[in-house]
Design a protein around this ligand. Structure first.
Ligand code: CGF
Length: 831
């Protein structure tokens, strides 16, 4: 490419290169230029929002230079790329992250200072990019950060939702959902109006013969919607590598509304097509771990994977390589089953468009894809009615039937005596109506399937996918334990702790190799170090206490133990167990004498998280927490001993304030239900201890940090089934402590008892599926241990330091390296 540009022109280009800012003065100049020209403002009307926008634009300019070079480097070296397909990218705010990753925050701080702004206020102006529900979307965001930081040639592909996850308001104790229109002004995206793909839906398939007499399928008719690319630069930490997150937005294929209708006065229907097309990327489905099977969701999925694959294939074709080399150049990771249609779409492209034979195409497809499973919960496993497929994607359904036919034939050959096996593993479930099982399609279409923590990966192999392990052998299945990026979740969220760690571990290199944290262990007995450590925690708690005061007008004591459970509200995550425990504590305090009360360790129970709008039980849990709070927080008998806080609208940027302030966090899912959890890692990395069940990544955290540094309790996953069986068929009495809690609730102590009847009877009368009663006593006992241990602050802080020192394993860098080696077969690109 370079050689094709004549010398004089090349010179002109090179001479005029924009180099970005290199010091405070140059940065200031950039900011002023953006305020005055891009934003058309002046120093007289530059408010915080404008200052934020100009700062972000200055950094974006800088990133885009590196982005261009990174893309050129990848093209010139023609290296293999990894494409991470995720329907969710929960990015949070970008400015602080960008400033830290390119090491420009100090410059920005002093420049903004001179211009009359506080950098914290400026950072606070940014809307969260909340294009995800919870762990799965945030994992994708951490992975992007790691892939860029480790110099992997990687692209993320997702949807540019106009509305991200809804904003949560709490009104009279109830969750109310408010739309999140986050795109008012988004300086981080580059609309690529020249990068568009037309995507087809509906229609029919017509078979015809080509010139060689071969039968070919033609997918015809239907409707077309255009996908427009929006690019977001993803800066690596301390490297010029800047990768791309490409998000697709939908618009009407013609780009215009119907003029004929408009002219004849039918104003509303003239824009209907346009609006229908735009609906596809309008809104993120707000369900976490729940499949709702809506047609629009399937449309979103196909729209996004078809556009992404078109893009990937177009890039590959430029290299003029033979098709069989496709998997040497391209690895595609399916983040959950949401992008599984990509398997079918690639097969369709290869056989229908490129004329490859089925087997040759299928070998390419399966060598290209890897599939990550994130859940064993039956309600989350995606299935689509065959009829819907037939209507929306008729050609894809034919291909799915063929994939299934060839797959079942091979199974039959290997297991001729196991007729049941065929119906068990069939991609088509013979139910009424017939359904396409997306997880099975993803397994059959990939060369590797991974779970996200050891227990979870074992469970998928021994339960939901066990037949597939028999069929393909255990080698196809693997584990990659989740991780988190220490850049955002320590350096950015907890700058003082990061600085202290850097001062003891030899600088900030630990952010690139998190195992270096182990150097901290030698300071565990250093009193001065422990003091500094404790002071930082206290300051973080003061910051959260101020936030609580300013948002809820409740005063909490920063010296109290901050006990935090922030995550999506879900029965399996058992916020109900936590709030029942809080009620139990409250009842105990009420029964105590004044003397006894003096001996109690004060506690602040902090909750946060959204319930899916249609998830009634989860909303009841939120309501109960808030009602308990309003009784407890104003009870003079209780005072500082207990406060119950529900923080509204939990999101990434709030997590950055909450997590560094926690003493204890709760990860208390019913064993075997939480695939991994990733906030558990964030809390420990920020010097907080965990109370948790033997579930998900808690188990590996325990192994790494030592069981003396974690408060484990509750049923083990291997016992869960038996207990459930007993609940259904045997005798099962509610735990006596829990019964007292239920009595308090049903007596109306926390508002209308009828409101919480379902929460009580789920445990008492309906089989207690999540084993709340079974685990209640051990939960309470373990909380008592926590109270006792917290009184010995020296020992508590030592435990925290030791835990942080041993958290190196949980960096998403380690995780990405494992994917790269075991699944993607891809190398970092030298910079
Ligand atoms: O994915 C989850 C999360 N809820 O988004 N699953 N999904 N779907 C799991 O439940 C978490 O346990 C897991 O940490 C996360 C990322 O793998």
């Amino acid at each position: 490419v370079e050689a094709s540009i004549p010398e004089p022109q090349r010179e002109a280009w090179t001479k005029n290169q924009f180099d970005g800012f290199k010091n405070k003065d140059e940065f200031e100049k950039e900011v002023v230029r953006h305020v005055e020209t891009t934003l058309a403002r002046s120093m007289f009307n530059c408010d915080d929002v404008a200052a934020y926008s100009a700062t972000a634009l200055a950094f974006r300019d800088r990133l885009i230079k590196d982005w261009n070079k990174t893309q050129q480097r990848q093209t010139f070296t023609d290296s293999k790329r990894i494409y991470y397909l995720s329907l969710e990218f929960l990015m949070g705010r970008a400015l602080d992250n960008a400033m830290l990753n390119v090491k420009g925050k100090d410059i920005a701080k002093s420049a903004l200072d001179e211009l009359g702004f506080r950098i914290e206020d400026i950072i606070g102006q940014e809307n969260d990019a909340a294009l995800g529900n919870g762990g799965l979307g945030r994992l994708a965001a951490c992975f992007l950060d790691s892939m860029a930081s480790l110099n992997y040639p990687a692209w993320g592909y997702g949807l540019r939702y106009r509305y991200g996850i809804f904003k949560q308001e709490i009104i009279d104790g109830y969750q109310v959902e408010v739309p999140d229109y986050w795109l008012d002004f988004n300086p981080w995206e580059f609309p690529r109006h020249d990068v568009t793909v037309d995507i087809q839906f509906y229609g029919h398939v017509r078979k015809s013969q080509d010139a060689n007499g071969k039968t070919v399928a033609n997918w015809e008719g239907g409707e077309t919607v255009t996908a427009v690319a929006y690019d977001m630069p993803i800066p690596g930490y301390d490297t010029p590598s800047t990768n791309n997150l490409r998000l697709w937005s939908s618009k009407a294929a013609s780009g215009e509304f119907d003029f004929q209708k408009f002219n004849s006065g039918e104003y509303e229907s003239s824009v209907a097509d346009q609006q229908r097309a735009e609906t596809i990327s309008a809104v993120l489905y707000p369900n976490d771990n729940l499949d709702r099977g809506k047609e629009l969701r399937l449309k979103q999925q196909y729209f996004w994977v078809a556009a992404s694959l078109y893009d990937i294939v177009r890039r590959f074709k430029k290299s003029k390589r033979a098709w069989r080399e496709f998997p040497d150049q391209v690895a595609i990771q399916l983040n959950d089953t949401h992008p599984t249609l990509a398997v079918v779409e690639l097969q369709r492209i290869l056989i229908d468009k490129e004329g490859l034979e089925w087997d040759e195409a299928w070998a390419i497809v399966t060598a290209t894809f890897g599939y990550t499973n994130h859940t064993v919960l039956p309600e989350a496993l995606e299935k689509w009615p065959v009829g819907l497929f037939q209507h929306l994607l008729p050609r894809h359904l034919q291909i799915i039937y063929d994939i299934n036919l060839f797959f079942l034939q091979s199974v039959e050959k290997r297991f001729p005596d196991d007729r049941d096996m065929l119906s068990r593993v069939s991609i088509i479930e013979e139910s009424q109506p017939k359904m396409v099982r997306m997880a099975y399609l993803a397994i059959v279409g990939s060369h590797k399937v991974n779970g996200v923590a050891e227990l979870h990966s074992d469970l998928i192999q021994t339960t939901i996918f066990k037949d597939f392990v028999k069929i393909y052998g255990a080698d196809k299945f693997t584990n990659v334990t989740n991780g988190i990026t220490p850049r955002r979740w320590l350096h950015q969220a907890n700058p003082r702790l990061s600085e202290l760690i850097a001062s003891k571990t030899g600088g900030y290199d630990y952010l690139k190799d998190l195992t270096t944290l182990n150097k901290l262990e030698q300071y565990v007995d250093d009193k001065a170090f422990r003091k500094e450590w404790a002071e930082i925690k206290y300051a973080n708690k003061v910051r959260l206490a101020k936030y609580i005061k300013s948002t809820l007008d409740i005063t909490v004591n920063p010296a109290a133990l901050f006990d935090v459970q922030v995550k999506r509200i879900h029965e399996y995550k058992r916020q109900q167990l936590n709030i029942f425990g809080v009620i139990y504590r409250y009842l105990q305090i009420k029964e105590m004498s004044a003397e006894e009360r003096k001996k109690q360790a004060p506690r602040v129970s902090i909750f946060g998280g959204k319930a899916a709008p249609g998830y009634w039980m989860a909303k009841q849990i939120i309501h109960l927490i808030n009602n308990v709070g309003s009784v407890v927080n104003k009870d003079p008998d209780v005072g500082d001993l207990l406060k119950v806080i529900f923080l509204e609208d939990y999101n990434v940027s709030k997590a950055e304030i909450i997590i560094p302030a926690s003493d204890l966090s709760e990860h208390i899912s019913t064993a075997g239900t939480e695939a991994s959890g990733t906030s558990n890692m964030k809390f420990v990395l920020n010097g907080g201890l965990i109370i948790g069940t033997c579930d998900g990544a808690n188990i590996e955290i325990t192994r790494e940090i030592g069981q003396e540094n974690i408060f484990l309790f509750g049923t083990l996953s291997e016992d869960v089934e038996d207990l459930r069986h007993n609940h259904t068929y045997g005798k099962h009495a509610v735990d006596s402590g829990l019964q007292k809690v239920f009595d308090a609730i049903t007596s109306g102590k926390f508002g209308d008892a009828n409101d919480f009847g379902a929460l009580v009877s789920a445990v008492r009368d309906h089989g207690d599926y999540y084993l709340v009663s079974d685990d209640f006593q051990s939960y309470i006992d373990t909380q008592k241990m926590v109270d006792e241990e917290y009184k010995n602050q020296e020992e508590w802080v030592s435990k925290c330091i030791r835990s942080v020192a041993r958290m190196g394993f949980f960096s998403s860098d380690r995780c990405i390296n494992e994917y790269a080696e075991e699944i993607w077969n891809i190398e970092p690109l030298a910079v």
